[in-house]
Design a protein around this ligand. Structure first.
Ligand code: DAT
Ligand code: MG
Length: 137
């Protein structure tokens, strides 16, 4: 069965949104296979977002992702990679439609920080890479 890697980001933990986010996963019918609370190091975030290291916003992204604990885990189900991306909504919450997680729980960026509540792998290959990187599996 297909798997994806997901993160509930530091802003969502601080704001007490974990239950509401996991409840959407369960309501949709996906299985939570692995769930870990951890605080990411700068090195881990840099490897995770290696395609963005040259972007001007990269230091802000690292600060945000290391600003507190995250919940990182595996979701499993049919076509879960695409479905979870659709459930998350657009990267910039100002473009995320109501009904998506980012569209329901996040605002437009403040001071250039895209605090968009959740992460999901964008392909099956990325899911394999991220599960290995974060969870050692
Ligand atoms: P996604 O998280 O939707 O897969 P991405 O992989 O392109 O989006 O970018 C990873 C994260 O980087 C994203 O969740 C928020 C941040 N980010 C992306 N583009 C940004 C921008 N133009 N300004 C600030 N942060 C940005
Ligand atoms: Mg991405």
């Amino acid at each position: 069965m297909e798997q994806t890697f997901f993160i509930i980001k530091p802003d969502a933990i601080k704001r007490g949104l974990v239950g509401q986010i996991l409840s959407r996963v369960e309501r949709r019918g996906f299985v939570i296979r692995d769930l870990n609370m951890m605080t990411a190091t700068e090195d881990l975030v840099a490897k995770h977002y290696e395609h963005l290291t040259d972007k001007p916003f990269f230091p802000l992204l690292v600060d945000y992702m290391t600003s507190g604990p995250v919940i990182a885990g595996i979701l499993e189900g049919p076509e879960v990679v695409k479905s979870w991306r659709d459930m998350m909504g657009a990267t910039n919450p100002v473009n995320a439609l109501p009904g998506t997680i980012r569209g329901d729980f996040a605002t437009a960026p403040i001071d250039g920080i895209v605090a968009n509540v959740v992460h999901g792998s964008d392909s099956i290959e990325a899911a394999h890479r991220e599960i290995a990187l974060w969870l050692g599996k």
